[in-house]
Design a binder for this molecule. Structure first.
Ligand code: EPU
Length: 358
């Protein structure tokens, strides 16, 4: 971990264009960086957290639709350390401001397994538990042990365990209710046992089969996931985007049977959540493609030609236009299937936030 020295944060007016990967123009009237957790209690005593700052990692899942009225606080705490080790596993504690993919790359280089399938997911370590990041059959919750968070309500630190995090599909405690917690670090348990790796996700299995790899190691999985992601997901530095823009909707079996009678090729997966019994998850990318929006552009926005679930920004457009574009795409899916898509990204704005978002 870095040496933690209490210091005053740097407050200033800041353009947010480079601080969220969708790259819309927006300005924070007050912006500051948190480098160490020792900055937090003094700020709390000054009543600063009463103003409900927007917490920002790398802004890869946050879209500023308008200038935020609230202050913006970028979490920039750094450090990775092994906090416990046994013969078969290690516990790794990483600070919230670390880049997630760099943590994965570090783990793979040490030969520690568990997060290689989560390679190239954009964003920071601190943002990972918020939406329980997941890809290729693995979710953060599979390796998660605990996290340390600062209560913006009470001004105290707390260790929060896995049960309390209430992880679900792209969801957790941190996505619901009044925002209370500022995540400072995350601890995950990684394995030294290479038999416990997960390679059964369809596209991953197919890719490995093509390479003739039958028992993939950590490095094989990492390379495969990186290649697959690079081949179908656009690099936000070249074409601004937030990865999957909508969640894969979970629908009732009844609706599924109805849709299937009209679209026999409609794919469905287990909803993967005990609260969703009698439900299935439908790939939103498939719905959007069927509704005719894959590779289609309107003004400054479009649904990516290689993957219909990724909304891309061709540049120069604002939040109003994005909102209108979202309405068109979700409207087309609703008309065709009777299924309402919901954003997976966190939309921040004063007037046009969809009802499901904070
Ligand atoms: N599909 C289409 N057309 C498309 C795209 C997808 O028909 O243009 C259908 C195909 O049937 C495909 C299925 O959708 O088999 C699933 O596609 P994919 O494997 O790409 O997964 P996804 O459900 O679209 C989720 C995550 C991704 C993650 C992948 C891989 C969500 C919202 N997204 O996408 O996460 O990389 O699985 O595991 O759950 C992200 O969150 O930003 C993200 C990229």
């Amino acid at each position: 971990m870095t040496v933690e020295v209490a210091e005053r944060p740097h407050f200033k007016t800041q353009s947010l264009e480079g601080y969220h990967s969708m790259g819309l123009k927006a300005t924070a009237s007050e912006f500051f960086l948190i480098h160490t957790k020792h900055q937090l209690a003094p700020l709390w005593r000054e009543g600063w957290f009463d103003r409900r700052p927007v917490l920002l990692g790398e802004g890869t899942n946050t879209v500023f639709i308008t200038d935020p009225k609230r202050p913006v606080c970028k979490i920039a705490m750094k450090g990775i350390r092994i906090s416990d080790e046994s013969e078969s596993s290690v516990r790794v504690q990483a600070a919230a401001g670390e880049n997630w993919h760099q943590l994965v790359t570090w783990a793979v280089a040490q030969n520690y397994g568990g997060i290689e399938n989560l390679a190239l997911i954009p964003g920071t370590v601190g943002a990972a538990p918020v939406q329980n990041i997941g890809a290729y059959g693995v979710e953060l919750s599979d390796v998660f042990e605990e996290l340390e968070a600062f209560s913006m309500k009470h001004g105290t630190f707390k260790t929060i365990g896995r049960e309390e995090c209430r992880f679900g599909y792209r969801s957790s405690l941190f996505k619901h209710g009044e925002p209370e917690w500022l995540i400072c670090s995350v601890s995950i348990r990684l394995t030294k046992d290479h038999h416990k790796l997960s390679s059964s996700y369809q596209s991953l299995e197919t890719y490995l089969e093509k390479l003739g790899i039958q028992t993939p190691g950590i490095g094989d999985l990492y390379q495969a996931v990186c290649s697959i992601r690079k081949s179908k997901l656009p690099d936000p530095k070249i074409l601004p985007n937030c990865g999957s823009f909508f969640k894969n909707p979970v629908i009732s079996m009844e609706r599924f049977r109805h849709c299937k009678s009209m679209f026999p090729d409609m794919p469905a997966y287990p909803a993967g959540d005990s609260t969703a019994k009698g439900h299935v998850k439908i790939p939103a990318g498939w719905l959007i493609e069927k509704a005719g929006w894959k590779g289609r552009r309107k003004g400054g926005f479009g649904m990516y030609r290689q993957h219909a679930l990724v909304l891309v920004h061709f540049g120069g457009s604002g939040g109003g236009e994005l909102h209108a574009f979202m309405e068109e795409v979700t409207g087309a899916v609703l008309n065709l299937f009777g299924i309402q898509l919901e954003p997976e990204v966190h939309l921040i704005g004063d007037t046009i936030i969809p009802s499901t978002q904070t």
